[in-house]
Design a protein around this ligand. Structure first.
Ligand code: ATP
Ligand code: MG
Length: 288
């Protein structure tokens, strides 16, 4: 019988997802012992329990309901093809799943792969990509060190996870096609009880506040009063900027929030409009 008063979250025990997954939980104010040598840990201040697993196993555990939710790469979630919900993208562990071939070969297009052999740990994603493009090729499924397959004569090409491309290069390969862009996601069981759903909502609310905080900066600046109108129009802000008078009666201090994406453009425009003494401060959490 599952305990409906607690949400079970599966995270990778050790690997490229672990550190960012743990920090996200900690920044959400959830306290627990993150000694990943253990298999399980329970939070001291939030109704959540952690299972530390290999990432490949997480979609199965979530689909079976052993875990309620999990954090994995989209690549793994998709490859496993389980009936699970994609609940939220998390913005870390970004990578792509790509096709790569020996670097000395001139690549003229997807036809290169027709009748060839490709080594991969992602037979399902690769298979459907090839099918969609009308390419017939032998897929050799191997679970690791895929990039050495061409040099040992196991396959003509590989389909593997790439981030900088340096592993491919050092194995004499070059990336020629991108099949999928991936990042860490929260996946969930499709039959969560109402109680578990409401714990999940609380968790997501916290995670979103942390994410918004990271994507925004608090900005303070001084402006001569005769320039205030123009400066205010340049500031997006949460509602409208805060204006505080300075001791010098002709000047004011303006406070607002700027999104990371438009940050430098806004700063340049503000300076052009006469703003001075601009301070930019990180935001820990943001609740709208
Ligand atoms: P496990 O032992 O848990 O099975 P693993 O070796 O299969 O771990 P990792 O290498 O830790 O997996 O990668 C986990 C996930 O991180 C990948 O599935 C992918 O989504 C993402 N990832 C892989 N390589 C990179 C990279 N170079 N940069 C960023 N993210 C990556
Ligand atoms: Mg794995």
């Amino acid at each position: 019988m599952t305990d409906n008063t607690i949400l079970r979250l599966a995270i990778q025990r050790k690997g490229r997802l672990s550190e960012d997954s743990l920090s996200l939980i900690k920044e959400s104010g959830i306290k627990f012992s993150s000694d990943t040598g253990r298999l399980k840990s329970t939070s001291r201040n939030f109704p959540i329990e952690f299972l530390f697993l290999r990432d490949d196993d997480i979609p199965d555990y979530v689909a079976d309901g052993v875990a309620d939710i999990g954090i994995v790469g989209e690549n793994v979630a998709l490859e496993k093809g389980k009936n699970i919900d994609n609940i939220k993208k998390l913005g870390f562990s970004k990578c792509r799943l790509s096709l790569a071939i020996p670097k000395e070969i001139d690549y003229l297009g997807l036809q290169y792969f027709h009748q060839s052999s490709i080594a991969t740990s992602y037979p399902r994603i690769l298979g459907s990509f090839l099918e969609k493009n009308g390419i017939k090729a032998d897929i050799h499924e191997i679970s690791g060190s895929v990039e050495i397959a061409p040099s040992i004569g196991l396959a003509a090409a590989v389909c593997d996870i790439v981030s900088s491309g340096s592993t491919l290069l050092s194995n004499g390969l070059k990336e020629v096609e991108t099949i999928l862009h991936s990042e860490a996601v929260i996946i969930g069981n499709q039959n969560l009880s109402q109680q578990k759903k409401s714990i999940l909502d609380r968790l997501l609310f916290r995670i979103e506040s942390v994410q918004k905080g990271k994507n925004n900066k608090y900005i303070l600046l001084n402006a001569p009063n005769d320039k205030l109108d123009e400066i205010i129009t340049l500031l997006p802000g949460m509602r409208s900027p805060t204006i505080v008078p300075l001791a010098d009666k002709n000047w004011s201090s303006v406070h607002s929030v700027i999104n990371e994406d438009e940050f430098w453009d806004v700063i340049e425009n503000l300076r052009g409009a006469g703003a001075e003494g601009i301070l930019v401060v990180p935001i820990e959490k943001m609740i709208l």
